[in-house]
Design a protein around this ligand. Structure first.
Ligand SMILES: [Cu+2]
Length: 179
C-alpha cells in the first residue's frame, strides 16, 4: 500500500522540481529585467551625456584618470591639453583653490579632483556659485586613486566656490587608512 503512494509521489516531486527550476529561471529573468529597468531609470541622472570641457597639461596622469572617472559617470568630456592656468584665471578661481586641471560644466567652474557625484549634485541644485573645487591633489580622490597609492584615502573637502572669492564646504570626505 505504501509503494504505490511513493510511486505517485516520486513523479510529482520530479515534476515539481522541474517546474520549480523553470519558475526559478523565469523569476531570474524577471529579476534581470527589473534590474535593467532600475538601471535604466537610474542612468539618466548619471549618464545624460552632459558636456564637460577640461583643460589640463598633456602629461598630467591624474588629470587623465579624473577624465576617465567623469566618462565612467556618463559625462561627455572634451579635453584640451593645455591652458588650464589661463582658464582658471579667466574663470576667477583664486589660486589657493587651484589644482592640476580646470573644467567647465553647465555654467560652473570645476577645479581639481572633484567627484562626479558632487558635480551632478551641483547641476541638480544649481546654487548661486562659481563652482566646485578640491584644492591641491588629495590622495584618494577620483583620479588620485591609481594603484600606486595602494588604496590610501586622505580626507578631503569639496568646496563650493562663491563668486566673491569665498568658499564653503559642499561635501567632506573622511579619509581611510589602509589596513
Ligand atoms: Cu591631479
Amino acid at each position: 500500500m505504501g509503494l504505490p503512494v511513493q510511486d505517485n509521489i516520486a513523479p510529482t516531486m520530479g515534476k515539481g522540481n522541474h517546474m520549480n527550476t523553470r519558475e526559478h529561471q523565469g523569476r531570474r529573468a524577471l529579476l534581470g529585467g527589473a534590474a535593467t529597468l532600475l538601471l535604466a531609470a537610474h542612468l539618466p541622472a548619471w549618464a545624460k551625456g552632459i558636456k564637460v570641457e577640461v583643460w589640463k597639461d598633456p602629461d598630467c596622469g591624474c588629470c587623465k584618470d579624473w577624465v576617465a572617472h567623469l566618462q565612467a559617470s556618463g559625462f561627455d568630456v572634451k579635453v584640451n591639453d593645455g591652458g588650464n592656468d589661463a582658464v582658471r584665471k579667466q574663470l576667477g578661481i583664486d589660486p589657493k583653490y587651484g589644482s592640476c586641471h580646470t573644467a567647465k560644466v553647465g555654467g560652473y567652474a570645476i577645479e581639481g579632483h572633484v567627484p562626479a557625484r558632487e558635480i551632478h549634485r551641483l547641476l541638480k541644485e544649481r546654487p548661486k556659485a562659481l563652482g566646485l573645487s578640491v584644492p591641491g591633489m588629495p590622495v584618494g580622490t577620483p583620479g588620485m586613486d591609481a594603484p600606486v597609492y595602494g588604496g590610501r584615502k586622505d580626507p578631503f573637502k569639496v568646496l563650493l566656490l562663491a563668486r566673491d572669492g569665498g568658499a564653503s564646504v559642499y561635501q567632506a570626505y573622511e579619509g581611510k587608512t589602509k589596513a
